[in-house]
Design a protein. Sequence first.
Length: 462
Amino acid sequence: MKGDFTRDSFAANRRNTRVVLQQGRLLLDADWNEQVAILLHRMETMIRDLVGPYGGPEGDCGFEIRAEGPDGPLQNDFGIGTGRYYVGGLLCENTDPALTFSGQGFAPSRDALRPGRPYLVYLDAWEDYVSPQEDPAMREVALGGADTAGRARVFWRVQAWEMDDATTKLLRSPTNPAGFTNDKLDSEWAKLTERFQPPERGQLRVRVTEPATADDLPPSIVAPGSGYRGPENHLYRVEVHTGGRAAEGATFKWSRDNGSVLVPVLALAGNVATLGPTGPDARIALAIGDIVEAVEPRAAAFGRPGPLFRITDLPADGEVVLQGNGRLPPAEGLLLRRWDQRQGVEGRRGLVLQDGAAKLLEGDGDSNWLPLEDGILVQFRKTDCSYRSGDYWLIPARTTDGGIVDWPADAQGRPTPQPPHGIRHRYAPLGIVNFTGGGVAVDCASRIAFRMSLDRPSLSRA
């Protein structure tokens, strides 16, 4: 979540049951957020224990695959039924009776769905942060529209994956070679979801020291034995920008403020953007040389990064000139998010930028430790995995004790590789369909309906 937080202190393995305030003590945002996270973890765990990995309530089980839309039968498309469905403990609700697959945000076009091929239809759900800049309704007009608390929100999307021949064969019914079976789909579901969210999507290590030989380091890199040298505490965010393998051009971006610096765009004239108010916080002010991401909130919610631009001029108060290879989206609803990566010194070790993002290099041992700033170095562990755009790591950096970063370490004090801290997607099968000349044919309906009552709890196919 890209909010202005001190840190994310919740960890399920600590088995905390509540946050207990003490009199006369400071109250931090991390304490409040951890209390909510503790309760949310308990609720989601209870739902998974009672319902299972996915299911909807009997009588209002949502996300039925329907052959008809509000205007009749559909071609190369299908309707999505209203109701509720729980996915990995997350509550997904569809309240739009006219919603179709192609009518979702950033769904494949109907032309991309090929007749005669089996498609696995599934529900993809995740939680992410929404700032007051992205949803102005959060602001309190009585306080002049002050930026206060943000929100965590559940996002979902129905997906359709064209199954390859191996998966088609795997899910065929042993007694009916022309059909599919839910038993096979249920037993193979955990492996199938690894296609959408592989268990290995990169690992990161963080430290504040350099190898013993540092003759080739530029002045911005700390000397051996030194620590975090920043003048303030920060929550650094390292996020994958362009996904894929490192050798195939994956890139990343980083922010010292957890990506929370977000400024609205009021108007665009060519590559000159007129900005909205940024508030009294001087950290939010944009300057020449800053790298910003053009954020369309709806696209960002579905994991699509925006193009990156460099600010090259400030022609007037509240205006910035943007330079980059990407296309600027329309001004309506557009936001600029600041990132803090910089090009390294030529001929010396440092970041290499590609269209504003840093080239993602993997390493092991003392190789390819990439500098952020003020002594912080990161290393993407050599795994040859495929990185996913939007996955991120959080690095709390503190000025105390000579300057430290809060990162897990082994018994010898060496930083240990960590998987991405988010975003975690959760999946539920809805069915297997074929698109025909007459519309959509549901070969296998996979929703689970549950009934919770003291006298007759039950689970059944919907």
